[in-house]
Write a protein that binds this ligand. Structure first.
Ligand code: FAD
Length: 595
């Protein structure tokens, strides 16, 4: 006879803070047990978010080791790099979405369409609100928690952003498509004046980073390729695309040659690039910005009327991430992101991990760099001399060779294994310093080099690439932890305890009478980011900024660019849909104009 057991239920006997109910997956575990799967003892792994970082983790986890629950207000994964194409009708928005439920089902996990509000670190509970009903709130218990909630866009304190479009979610792309189509149609009405038509057909992008640039390039393609066919009566010269960028080039985080190339190409294509310009205020129909003149340094106040304005400048902290940093004030000092150690554990909460755009890896190398270099120089060159006879001047005048600096790096790593990434970055940076200073570096040069290394390692970019790598890293580590404890196979594992606040339930297992303790350090290496390069579409060509090599390509590069993204997409369904969209666009043009 079939037994009906609810998949997830609220525990009638356990109340959380604020008297809210607590979720109990034991009933579900019981259900699985009845089906023959032993799951009562599985550690509860709760993952917040369904973006790049979470999917990297979910796709790497081995099914069966954890009781997985994913909480996110979006029940799909969004392939963000192609979002500018979806906003302009080159691709369908749906083609960029993959069902998160399907991915979670592969792990026999649970998905809750809800938003995490705050974390009760002491009680190991996450407060959750339904995505549909703000009064439907409950707590979800965890043994291990992964925060991967991404970030929001940075307002830079500018007023009037309510008049701007954003491009972060699937709904944003749909809204932009509707707005473009509406503006084109309004432009053709006999009641529209010439001035109003020019405003409706003016597209302004605030921010010259990859997203803004790709969107501007896609809009430009749309207006050039599809407008003449669908709106032959609209004059091309009435249509305009503008980018407002605070730096001297667009794509300024890319190699300098690429940034210059992209800026020149846009200018040649008649895209209006306003460099050295800072947005002051956005009004309902125009952007007001300050422009610094390159030649005499004078600043003028300028304005551009718009029909559509995209705000695409930088990232800011997600509210949940802010709750995490505010709740752990003794450990979290960064106001932009949750700080983790190099094993991606949240500083101040070792059971909780933070990955992706909401997090940053912190090490304290910079704080100790000066002392460390001083001690190493003394050991190497002033060995045996008593410390009161050594003056600062003596130390400052001594230098270390390339090999000695590498030796220092290795010593540092022995003391602090989490600085492995620093040693690699140090070795990468050394040849440039080395050639500039005839093979030796003095005290000041070495300390500034170490500080620079620290900066490079900790200020990793907020990209899909990094988020995905961090998710995969955690997945591999969790698999290792589960294997180490032989959770499922070992019948002697009787209980999990968390007496030591530094060890999590999962890390402590009692086998017979012996307690096994595993820390992240024991089972896995620290996280290391591998930069695979950046690319951006700049209108019928693409720029590639690969490590040690950057180039610009025409059509071939563009197809290469597309095939790289093609291979990166998570499901076969998405690949098929994308391929069909590109075919459709090739034969019939973009769909946006008939929406
Ligand atoms: P996200 O992918 O943003 O996922 C965050 C998840 O958390 C979402 O599912 C969200 O719904 C969920 N969430 C939010 N709040 C809560 C909450 N309170 N509780 C539970 N869940 C919550 N990067 C590249 O490397 N290359 C590119 O070409 C590129 N192009 C881009 C183009 C665009 C238009 C955009 C917007 C971004 C682009 N990026 C690119 C950046 C990339 O998308 C991000 O770096 C990446 O999405 C970060 O992944 P994440 O998992 O940290 O966050």
């Amino acid at each position: 006879a079939s037994i009906s057991v609810p998949t997830l239920a609220l525990n009638p006997n356990r109340g959380g803070p604020e008297n809210l109910p607590v979720l109990d997956s034991t009933l579900d575990a019981l259900d699985s047990e009845l089906k023959g799967e032993l799951s009562l003892n599985k550690p509860k792994l709760v993952i917040l978010g369904s973006g790049w970082a979470s999917v990297g983790l979910l796709k790497t986890l081995k099914p069966g080791d954890y009781d997985v629950t994913v909480i996110s207000p979006t029940n799909y994964f969004l392939f963000t790099p192609l979002l500018p194409c979806a906003a302009t009708g080159t691709l369908e928005v749906k083609s960029l979405m993959a069902s998160i439920r399907k991915i979670v089902n592969d792990l026999s996990g649970h998905y809750l369409e809800a938003k995490a509000e705050k974390i009760e670190f002491e009680d190991k509970l996450v407060k959750v609100t339904s995505a549909y009903d703000e009064s439907a709130q409950f707590y979800v218990p965890y043994d291990k928690l992964v925060v991967a909630v991404g970030c929001t866009s940075n307002t830079h304190g500018v007023q009037g952003l309510e008049y701007c479009s954003r491009l972060k979610t699937a709904n944003d792309a749909i809204d932009i498509r509707k707005k473009i189509k509406a503006n084109l149609e309004k432009s053709c009405l006999p009641t529209t004046t010439d001035e109003e038509r020019r405003r409706l057909l003016s597209f302004v992008v605030c921010g010259g980073g990859p997203t803004g640039v790709e969107f501007a390039a896609e809009v430009f393609d749309l207006l050039n390729e599809d407008l003449p066919k669908s709106y032959p009566k609209l004059l091309r010269q009435e249509v305009s695309v503008h980018i407002i960028q605070s730096r001297s080039n667009i794509l300024n985080t890319y190699d300098e040659r690429i940034a210059e190339y992209a800026t020149k190409r846009f200018i040649n294509e008649n895209i209006d690039v306003q460099i050295n310009s800072r947005v002051e205020k956005i009004l309902e129909d125009r952007v007001i910005f300050k422009k610094k003149n390159d030649k005499d340094g004078s600043v003028t106040l300028e304005e551009i009327p718009f029909g559509l304005c995209l705000w695409s400048t930088g990232v800011a902290q997600n509210p949940l991430a802010k709750n995490v940093t505010d709740s752990l004030p003794d450990h979290q000092k960064n106001r932009r992101a949750i700080e983790t150690d190099s094993y991606l554990r949240v500083l101040g909460a070792p059971d909780v991990y933070a990955i992706g755009d909401c997090s940053t890896v912190k090490t304290d190398l910079a704080d100790h760099a000066v002392d460390f270099v001083r001690n190493f120089i003394i050991k190497k060159h002033l060995h045996g001399i008593s410390s009161d006879q050594i003056s600062e001047n003596d130390i400052k005048h001594l230098s270390l060779t390339y090999d000695e600096i590498c030796e220092m790096g290795k010593e540092l790593m022995k003391k602090q294994p989490q600085t492995r990434e620093h040693l690699i970055t140090l070795k990468d940076s050394l040849p440039q310093y080395d050639s500039a200073s005839c093979g030796k570096l003095n005290f000041d040069q070495i300390t500034s080099l170490l500080k620079n290394v620290e900066k490079q390692v900790t200020s990793l970019p907020a990209t899909a690439q990094r988020a995905h790598q961090q998710g995969k890293y955690l997945g591999k580590k969790f698999n290792k932890l589960a294997k180490k404890l032989s959770l499922v196979e070992n019948p002697n594992v009787t209980s999990f305890r968390s007496e030591n606040p530094l060890k999590t339930d999962l890390d402590l297992a009692t086998v017979g009478t012996t307690t096994l303790i595993f820390t992240d350090e024991e089972v896995y290496k620290p996280f290391r980011y591998v930069h695979l390069g950046s690319l951006a579409y700049i209108g019928n060509s693409a720029v590639f900024d690969l490590p040690g090599y950057s180039f610009v390509g025409g059509l071939v590069a563009m197809y290469l660019w597309r095939s790289i993204y093609f291979a990166q997409t998570v499901s076969i369904r998405t690949r098929v849909l994308l391929f069909m969209d590109w075919l459709k666009r090739g034969f019939f043009g973009r769909d946006i104009l008939s929406e």
